[in-house]
Design a binder for this molecule. Structure first.
Ligand code: C2E
Ligand code: MG
Ligand code: MG
Ligand code: MG
Length: 292
């Protein structure tokens, strides 16, 4: 051990840095393979209207089952995909798959559901991004109003000027635009007003901190208010308890998403869920959520 420590003094590279670097290179290689070998798939998490108690749409969430690594969380690989620009072909694939899913629901007679798709800024600033989105809509025949692109608030602020033309164009075509993880990105209200967005998604950290009493000074409530004042639809993500649902409902939040309703589901299970045509009990103050 003493010898090791002595050696360490003269090392140029921190071995843990080198290891992290190698892991990244490996991960990138596997991602590239994964794309070729179709190792990705989409899961769909239902979104519930707090007005009707019905499921009105889904958020698509990518999953990767790598033969070498097993299931890898998007929290791990999206960053690497962005840095290597692999997020562009991966993201193109996601958009088309998500549109196909929503259209399939219609074609199979399940109804018209909105589909939300997470978009990285790397994708959004490409010149041909809007063409590719429009192409996915044309190929599938999905109504643009049923497609919602989610962009995280923290990244939108960094490249604001570059993003606005593409966002405005997509918005002008009827596509919905959501600001994801809202409340974590420090965008000023001035910025918010200039953005061509339709939806605010309150980050789940604020829902976690929904107070146990009826404290109306909570940040969650303030954020819903901001959204409503700006005429936006407000979605609460990460709703896990009936109490949290009641709280955001009283704050006049429009839509909830979270484990209380369902975790993200593979397509078959998502279809099974909507086929049962569930109406959730979002009523009275004390009522717990009742699954049909
Ligand atoms: P996000 O867009 O904010 O998605 C919500 C995350 O919260 C998802 O994690 C979801 O599974 C999780 N979640 C949902 N309900 C609950 C709940 O009640 N409690 C808790 N604790 N968590 C809940 P997931 O699927 O691991 O995705 C993580 C992030 O990876 C996403 O955050 C999104 O930023 C990114 N991501 C996922 N799919 C894609 C994709 O296709 N493209 C891009 N660019 N990013 C993606
Ligand atoms: Mg999202
Ligand atoms: Mg989110
Ligand atoms: Mg989030």
């Amino acid at each position: 051990a003493a010898k090791e420590a002595g050696k360490g003094k003269y090392m140029i590279f921190d071995p843990s840095f080198l290891q992290a670097f190698n892991e990244r290179v490996q991960l990138e290689k596997y991602l590239r393979q994964g794309l070729q070998n179709e190792e990705f798939l989409l899961y769909y998490q239902p979104q519930l209207s707090l007005k009707t108690g019905r499921i009105i749409g889904f958020e698509s969430l990518i999953r990767w089952n790598s033969p070498e690594l097993g299931f890898v969380s998007p929290l791990t690989f999206i960053k690497v995909a962005e840095d290597s620009r692999l997020i562009i072909p991966i993201g193109d694939w996601v958009i088309l798959q998500a549109c196909m899913f929503a259209k399939r629901l219609q074609d199979q007679g399940h109804g018209h559901y909105k589909i939300a798709v997470n978009i990285s800024v790397i994708q959004l600033i490409q010149d041909n991004f809007v063409d590719k989105v429009m192409e996915s809509l044309e190929i599938t025949g999905l109504e643009p109003e049923l497609l919602e692109l989610e962009i995280t608030e923290s990244t939108i602020v960094e490249s604001f000027d570059q993003l606005i033309p593409n966002l405005s164009f997509l918005r002008s075509k009827g596509i919905q635009i959501a600001l994801d993880d809202f409340g974590t990105g420090y965008s000023s209200l001035g910025y918010l007003k200039q953005m061509p967005i339709t939806t605010l998604k309150i980050d789940k950290t604020f829902i976690e901190h929904v107070p146990n009493d009826d404290d109306n000074r909570s940040l969650a409530r303030a954020i819903v208010l901001i959204g409503r004042k700006m005429g936006l639809k407000v979605v609460a993500e990460g709703v896990e308890t009936a109490r949290q649902m009641q709280y955001v409902k009283r704050a006049k939040c429009d839509v909830i998403q979270g484990y209380l309703i369902s975790k993200p589901l593979p397509e078959k299970e998502a279809i099974r869920l909507i086929r049962s045509n569930p109406v959730y009990d979002i009523g009275g103050k004390t009522s717990a959520l009742q699954h049909p």
